[in-house]
Design a protein around this ligand. Structure first.
Ligand code: ADP
Length: 221
């Protein structure tokens, strides 16, 4: 069954969400108050409409109430983003995702009832910072304020040793949930897995534990 989405604000972030949802075959109503942006998305989204999202009447006329999930991706205009979110919560939209510009904005969005608040720039900044600390840190995903998942290349000190020998859980408090090698992926690897050059580990844990693990076993001096 096709699910219905609306994306409000077709800047880089909202535009990219709109494109991906459309590629995946989802019904997307694209809304922006800028005519050029709407023209750009006319042939991408199922419907693309010029409207000011802070105008409740316009949103109602567009049938926004029937949409399952609305994504508010209004950029710098924090006031418009907040007002739009308030209108959507008052209209009883089932799921509202909003892009926050900063922590204050995020706090307000959570208070007024946004179901999901995302910080794409901040999150991408963190991921890139981790990848530039070491070439061995391939990716980083924040799970909460103090827990993450990282994807790291096997460190030289780990080569030839087994998971049991390194005892990463006992020594560093984090868990190796999968090991990739080329196209193969070994989910929940057994304790006798012996590390080889080219192994890539997916590790989950508290940031402080992951940091110790990376420092001792992954980052080469
Ligand atoms: P990004 O940082 O993701 O590139 P931008 O600030 O470039 O975001 O884009 C935000 C989009 O939101 C713009 O296309 C702008 O026209 C649209 N927008 C801003 N305010 C409103 C509003 N009140 N109603 C509808 N669209 C809006």
């Amino acid at each position: 069954m096709k699910r219905e989405f609306a994306v409000i604000g077709l800047g880089r972030f909202g535009g990219s969400i709109c494109k991906e949802l459309s590629i995946e075959g989802m019904e997307v109503l694209a809304i922006d108050n800028n005519e050029d942006r709407i023209n750009e998305y006319k042939n991408i989204a199922s419907h693309a409409v010029i409207a000011d999202a802070t105008d409740e009447v316009s949103l109602k006329e567009l049938g926004i109430k029937n949409i399952d999930h609305v994504i508010v991706a209004i950029g710098d205009d924090i006031q418009a983003s907040i007002l739009t979110t308030v209108i959507l919560t008052e209209l009883g939209i089932k799921k509202i995702t909003v892009k926050a510009q900063n922590d204050y904005h995020a706090k307000i969005l959570n208070k007024i009832g946004a179901d999901q608040v995302v910080h794409p720039e901040r999150d991408m900044g963190k991921r890139i910072a981790h990848s530039i600390i070491s070439n061995n840190i391939l990716d980083y995903l924040e799970l909460s304020d103090d827990h993450s998942i990282v994807e790291v290349k096997v460190g030289e000190k780990m080569l030839g040793k087994t998971l049991a020998e390194l005892d990463i859980r006992a020594n560093y408090g984090c868990n190796v949930v999968a090991i990739k090698h080329g196209k193969d992926i070994n989910v929940s690897p057994s304790a006798d897995h012996r590390f080889l050059e080219g192994d890539i580990l997916i590790v989950i844990g508290a940031d402080k534990d992951i940091f110790r693990f990376e420092k001792h076993l992954v980052i080469e001096e």
